[in-house]
Design a protein. Structure first.
Length: 190
């Protein structure tokens, strides 16, 4: 299979199911941002961090591929004429969301209670978590906007929301693991 097809040379691309849309289509922006998010998670995974966290990040990367496939499938193309689902893969669902919640809860048990907002930074791995969290929030905003135009699976929205929380807590956990002091945001009067 060749990597280039030349079918997008005129500025369109195909959704799952064959519908061609402009490359700036909101559905493309949504799953394209999820792809960007997945790449940043790979960057976090490539840092010198716990193998247990790396394993969780790998699971998340796999789930983001599924989530992207779900976003790439318009509602009118979800089922084949035979009645079978077009995407013959496990979907993002409540157990996917519970996995993130359990990971968050486990990490938070080791962390001091948060009393202030925290400024991003302190270590490259921590900064990557914060950048990734911001990309996740953008993916969430785009998916919410898409959902306003054509309904998408609500578990996608829940998953992205929970994933951004996971990434924030992961940044805090890595700060602790790497003995990095969290810098509290304390507004100053001019």
């Amino acid at each position: 299979m060749k990597i280039y097809t030349k079918t997008g040379d005129e500025g369109t691309t195909a959704l799952f199911g064959g519908t061609r849309v402009p490359k700036y289509n909101l559905r493309i922006e949504s799953y394209g941002t999820v792809d960007e998010l997945n790449s940043y998670i790979g960057l976090i995974k490539d840092q010198e961090i716990s193998p247990i966290i790396k394993e969780s990040l790998l699971k998340i990367q796999n789930e983001l591929f599924t989530l992207g496939a779900m976003l790439a499938t318009p509602p009118d193309k979800e089922t084949l004429k035979s009645g079978k689902e077009r995407l013959n893969i496990p979907k993002i669902n409540e157990s996917s969301i519970l996995f993130l919640e359990n990971e968050i809860d486990n990490m938070e048990q080791e962390l001091p209670q948060m009393t202030h907002f925290i400024l991003p930074g302190g270590h490259q791995a921590v900064s990557f978590c914060h950048i990734t969290r911001c990309v996740c929030r953008r993916a969430e905003r785009l998916s919410v906007e898409l959902n306003d135009l054509e309904t998408i699976n609500n578990d996608i929205l829940k998953y992205l929301n929970r994933l951004s929380d996971y990434l924030f807590v992961l940044a805090r956990k890595l700060s602790k693991d790497l003995s990095i002091e969290e810098i509290k945001w304390i507004p100053t009067k001019n």
